[in-house]
Ligand binder design. Structure first.
Ligand SMILES: Cc1cc2nc3c(=O)[nH]c(=O)nc-3n(C[C@H](O)[C@H](O)[C@H](O)COP(=O)(O)OP(=O)(O)OC[C@H]3O[C@@H](n4cnc5c(N)ncnc54)[C@H](O)[C@@H]3O)c2cc1C
Length: 456
């Protein structure tokens, strides 16, 4: 099968879907290829913009504070690249980075609201949602179901952590203990934190149930009443004001489930941040797919881009295959948003770090070649290190337009742009910047590609 489009996006995580939607909103016909699962769907679903400087212990109070520090210290960080443009005076670069990041994050928030995935929080400050371990982490925006309301303001607040029998990924007793110890250390409410276990048995199964099974079960009308009755009994006994669930409150009907449980118990219900498999990550992936397709995009899921044609300085065609079909897609501009190790855009082995489709040059976080990087140089002996694993900062080096470059600093093709976790120069796991970088680079790389299309 042969297809033609103006804009072809390779990769359907956050970066690719943002880029594709921006192109569609500019009236550019767009096809997106996604071979499989993305890191976006594994994420906890909170939109981190920038939480820490690598090695720092104190988090940034706001994304703006973080962006100013990052752009001063790391001129090749993806956020810094957003600030490069011919018509910007040097003293306006930092303001440009902050403003362009703010615009892309607000764009994301507004679009998610329209597909019924409202977010809580503001670009003006970082917030500290509670995790399933009972710890907190800095982030910019969380899904509305993670809003714990006045829990930290009310002197009389009583928090109940709820576990589910047969769901092994959350230990409410351990989370309650860790969380209460942290609150006692700073002398802030809540002063009373308790825990309980409830029964939810989707399909009669109460062994090794996954978060996704529970969430899909709760999506069915009628399953909430049984849960609500058990919960009310526990909450009434203790005088609970706030109730924390692991992130299981439905894939589709999350807001309704939250408000039904609040009506039944009279308490504020909220979800904790969790680990994969992640229901909030799945919600985010589905919502982004909906935004893209509603804007008129063609989404080809299960198709892996595996070869290409190039003519002179331009990429002209991608061939992608699924188990049943092969498709040749010609386009005028392309975005590579194929992710890192989970998405599959980058792979690493004992010989080095490679970009998997075009064999583009890869670099380390400090911009040395990574194509022959030995595992001893790309990993720390300590699994958890404040600087993170060096292999996480490897990826593509790009020019100010987000076009991948080779050793001489010349772009590989004038119509190929890159965005998201395939970019070098940042380490999302220590910085807490993953979905923020994916959104901002996807947004602005697509704007650059559109300018190229108009100009060309
Ligand atoms: C466990 C975990 C938890 C995280 N939690 C958070 C969090 O709470 N907050 C946060 O901000 N960030 C978090 N992150 C980081 C964040 O998820 C990523 O930085 C972000 O999702 C990257 O988005 P992306 O679009 O660049 O890549 P991905 O989401 O990985 O998407 C890449 C896409 O490219 C596709 N692809 C690859 N190669 C091809 C090909 N040849 N042809 C077609 N398609 C292809 C893949 O199938 C995939 O769809 C987390 C990451 C992980 C792993």
């Amino acid at each position: 099968m042969d297809l033609q489009t103006d804009f072809l996006v390779i990769g359907g995580g956050m970066a690719g879907l943002v880029a594709g939607t921006i192109a569609l909103e500019a009236g550019v016909s767009t096809i997106l290829l996604r071979k499989g699962q993305s890191a976006t769907a594994y994420s906890s679903g909170a939109i981190d913009v920038i939480g820490y400087l690598p090695e720092a212990r104190q988090p940034f109070s706001s994304p703006e504070e973080g962006l100013i520090a990052i752009s001063g210290l790391y001129p090749l960080h993806p956020y810094s690249i957003v600030g490069y443009s011919d018509d910007i005076a040097p003293n306006a670069v930092i303001d440009t980075i902050v403003n362009k990041t703010r615009v892309s994050i607000e764009w994301l928030r507004n679009h998610l609201e329209e597909v019924n995935l409202p977010l809580h929080g503001t670009f003006d400050s970082n917030m500290y949602p509670i995790t399933i371990l009972g710890t907190t982490k800095p982030t910019c925006l969380v899904q509305k179901t993670m809003d714990f309301g006045d829990l930290h303001e009310r002197e009389d607040s009583v928090l109940l952590f709820v576990g589910i029998r047969g769901y092994p990924d959350f230990n409410p007793a351990a989370a309650a203990k860790t969380y209460l110890e942290d609150r006692m250390a700073i002398g802030e409410p809540p002063h009373k934190v308790v825990h309980c276990m409830l029964d939810i048995a989707p399909f009669g199964n109460s062994f090794n149930i996954s978060s996704i099974e529970i969430a899909k079960h709760l999506d069915h009308e009628g399953s909430i009443k049984a849960l609500g009755d058990q919960l009310k009994e526990q909450a009434d006994q203790i005088g609970t004001t706030h109730i924390a669930f692991p992130p299981i409150l439905g894939v589709h009907n999350t807001q309704t489930i939250k408000s039904q449980l609040e009506t039944l118990t009279g308490a504020t219900i909220f979800e904790l941040l969790g680990f994969p498999p992640s229901v909030p990550g799945l919600r985010l992936q589905r919502a982004m797919d909906e935004i893209f397709t509603k804007a008129g995009g063609k989404l080809l899921v299960g198709f892996e881009a595996n070869s290409f044609l190039k003519s002179g300085t331009k990429l002209t065609q991608i061939t992608a295959s699924s188990p049943r079909r092969e498709v040749n897609i010609s386009a005028k501009a392309f975005i590579l948003a194929s992710g890192m190790y989970i998405g599959g855009g980058i792979s690493g082995d004992e010989k080095g770090v490679k970009e998997t489709l075009f064999n583009l040059m890869t670099v380390t976080g400090d911009y040395h070649s990574a194509s022959e990087l030995l595992p001893s140089r790309s990993t720390h002996r300590l699994a958890i290190s404040p600087t993170g694993q060096p292999i996480q900062s490897c990826g593509l080096s790009v020019d100010p337009q987000f076009r991948p470059v080779g050793e001489e600093g010349i772009e590989w093709a004038e119509n190929l742009f890159a965005a998201g976790s395939i970019l070098a120069g940042y380490n999302y796991s220590v910085e807490k910047s993953g979905l923020g970088v994916a959104t901002t680079s996807g947004f602005h790389a697509a704007k650059n590609a559109i300018e190229f299309l108009i100009g060309g």
